[in-house]
Write a protein that binds this ligand. Structure first.
Ligand code: FES
Length: 160
């Protein structure tokens, strides 16, 4: 093997070694888990990509219509569910009390994860946010997740 070939091989290995943990940490049913870090605003219809497919049954918001985010059964009591297509995290701090926030971490823009462990976790640098108000509980994030208006109709949770 020549020096160039060995260098290329090592570079390729490093790229794989770096890429695999990032993909594993951010894995979900949506390939676009990392968002623009400068976009810490609340998701709005213009934030969603209309061409983005949704494997979890969620729909991207469209102008003038409510977007289905989740079923109430998707959201554990004391936990949260991420509607990846809409980039919204729905929480249920206490039974029957649903809240929603932008799922885009205020640290560097990764999507937070679904959890049943009492907080909203970000897999990238381990920030954790409150189920109640989206405020940072621990980790490098210092700003709260932006609130998102939702409505609950029966077992359907939609973005208002
Ligand atoms: Fe969420 Fe860094 S992007 S903790």
């Amino acid at each position: 093997m020549t020096a160039i070939n060995r260098r290329r091989a090592l570079t390729g290995s490093a790229a794989i070694a770096v890429g695999v943990p990032v993909l594993a940490a951010c894995s979900s049913d949506d390939a676009s888990t990392a968002a623009d870090p400068t976009d810490s605003s609340s998701p709005s219809p213009s934030d969603a990509s209309p061409s983005q497919p949704s494997a979890d049954g969620t729909q991207t918001p469209s102008e003038g219509s409510a977007a289905a985010l989740a079923s109430t059964g998707d959201v554990p009591v004391g936990g949260c569910f991420v509607a990846t297509g809409a980039k919204v995290v729905v929480t249920q701090p206490t039974e029957g009390d649903f809240k929603a926030f932008s799922a885009v971490c205020t640290h560097q823009g990764c999507l937070v994860e679904s959890s049943s462990e009492g907080e909203i976790p970000c897999p990238c640098h381990l920030s954790r946010f409150s189920l109640e108000d989206g405020s940072p509980v621990s980790g490098p994030a210092t700003a709260a997740l932006a609130p998102v208006e939702i409505s609950v109709d029966g077992d359907s949770i939609t973005q208002a």
